[in-house]
Ligand binder design. Structure first.
Ligand SMILES: Cc1cc2nc3c(=O)[nH]c(=O)nc-3n(C[C@H](O)[C@H](O)[C@H](O)COP(=O)(O)OP(=O)(O)OC[C@H]3O[C@@H](n4cnc5c(N)ncnc54)[C@H](O)[C@@H]3O)c2cc1C
Length: 380
């Protein structure tokens, strides 16, 4: 497998880097950590105006998947707030893949212009890993659908223009066959958003749907085909849309602080920095492998699981090492005098465990690898 980038890919990367350098200012990073909203409208608009967003839409843009990988890898390494853009691009890919022509015309330009975000309403209070058993109902009433239910962890719901919503339309069918996906405007009457602040800094939301009425124009994919629509979204993620190199920014911040504070003289510190650098490199190679498999027409879903499990476990181990080495300074937060690496050590120690949960937990990903890669019997 040859991971070298073409001249066109390198030019794309240079343009992303230039925009990141210009728009991801210390104030933007500080706002991300203060509000817990990992999104930057300035960055999204700048990338979109330069044409870099449309090119990367999964399944649609001519830069998918290598430029999609480059875009999010650059944003992640820079510590930029990119979650809003990543979700929006993934769902743009789903609309392109299974949406009607009318939906493509109405929805896609709002996303590729960098203006509209999308939130994902899959998980519920009692169903996260076990999505096939979600309870939110959509019931036919004349020409309309009436949606009632509650979703949990609807990240970006407070900023998004659209929600992609997994509902149960036929409780008589087996769990996966009675589901329908909708995409509807977040300002549709009957939707309520309540903030959920996490230990990871990230703000997410609980969302409620009370007699929300939509027409057939909101059905994304086939009625009772919601599971297939969701699989399209998962297949686009493939481990190439960020989340697989979170240790790069941590290593940069910690190595700078260790040099300033003199900690770097310690042999233990030097050894751990080297191990962190090796793990980051392995995570990068695994991410590239996913992107290159997808680029050559292969299915990279399983590689996404492998990459994510390795990267987030390495990140969590590195964050714990850094906090241990920093001592009390590693417990101080941003804006507190004396905080190790300006507060990033505390942040990464709180943030890293949560990365092993969202986007599919490590246990679920291990099950995938065991069953689909190693051919072991099903866990249940
Ligand atoms: C910060 C954050 C942001 C999120 N954003 C979104 C979002 O935007 N949209 C959205 O829809 N969801 C989102 N999620 C939800 C996320 O996808 C779920 O939290 C995740 O899938 C786990 O589901 P759960 O929380 O219900 O835990 P559970 O599924 O109840 O799992 C609890 C524990 O049991 C383990 N477990 C469960 N089933 C199995 C099994 N079969 N084999 C082995 N172990 C198992 C899990 O690994 C976990 O350790 C977000 C979560 C977080 C924390």
């Amino acid at each position: 497998m040859d991971f070298s980038l073409t001249a066109e890919n390198l030019a794309y990367r240079d343009r992303v880097r230039a925009i990141v350098a210009e728009t991801v200012t210390p104030d933007v990073v500080d706002r991300m950590h203060t509000t817990g909203t990992f999104n930057s409208p300035e960055l999204n608009l700048a990338l979109a105006r330069a044409g870099l967003v449309e090119r990367a839409v999964p399944g649609l843009g001519k830069g998918d998947p290598i430029e999609l990988y480059i875009l999010f890898n650059e944003l992640e390494k820079a510590g930029a707030p990119f979650d809003g853009l990543a979700i929006a691009l993934m769902i743009a890919g789903v609309v392109q893949a299974v949406g009607t022509d009318e939906q493509k015309q109405r929805i896609l330009p709002t996303i590729t212009s960098g203006e509209a975000l999308v939130c994902m309403g899959y998980s519920e209070p009692d169903n996260g890993s076990d999505l096939a058993n979600i309870k939110t109902r959509a019931v036919r009433d004349g020409d309309e659908w009436v949606i009632n239910g509650a979703k949990m962890w609807t990240t970006m719901a407070h900023e998004a223009s659209w929600v992609i919503l997994l509902t149960r339309t036929d409780p008589e069918l087996p769990p996966r066959r009675g589901l329908t996906m909708f995409i509807l405007p977040m300002d549709t009457p009957g939707i309520t958003v309540d903030p959920v602040h996490t230990m990871a800094t990230e703000r997410t939301n609980a969302t409620y749907y009370d007699d929300v009425r939509v027409g057939d124009e909101a059905v994304l994919g086939a009625v009772n085909g919601g599971w297939a629509t969701m699989m399209v979204a998962l297949s686009f993620e493939r481990g190439v849309m960020g989340g697989t190199n979170p240790g790069v920014a941590l290593l940069r911040h910690f190595a700078d602080w260790a040099a300033e504070s003199g900690l770097v003289e310690s042999p233990t510190c030097r050894e751990r920095l080297a191990r962190m650098a090796i793990d980051n490199h392995v995570a990068t190679l695994l991410t590239q492998r996913s992107a290159w498999i997808a680029a050559s027409g292969g299915q990279a879903g399983l590689e996404g699981s492998i990459t994510k499990v390795f990267a987030v476990e390495a990140y969590q181990k590195a964050a714990r090492w850094c906090q241990e080495m920093a001592g009390p300074a590693g417990l101080l937060q941003f804006h507190q005098p004396g905080a190790a690496a300006g507060g990033f050590v505390d942040y990464d120690a709180r943030h890293s465990p949560v990365t092993t949960i969202y986007g599919g937990t490590t246990e679920i990903n291990r099950n995938n690898i065991a069953e689909r890669h190693l051919g072991l019997p099903k866990a249940r």
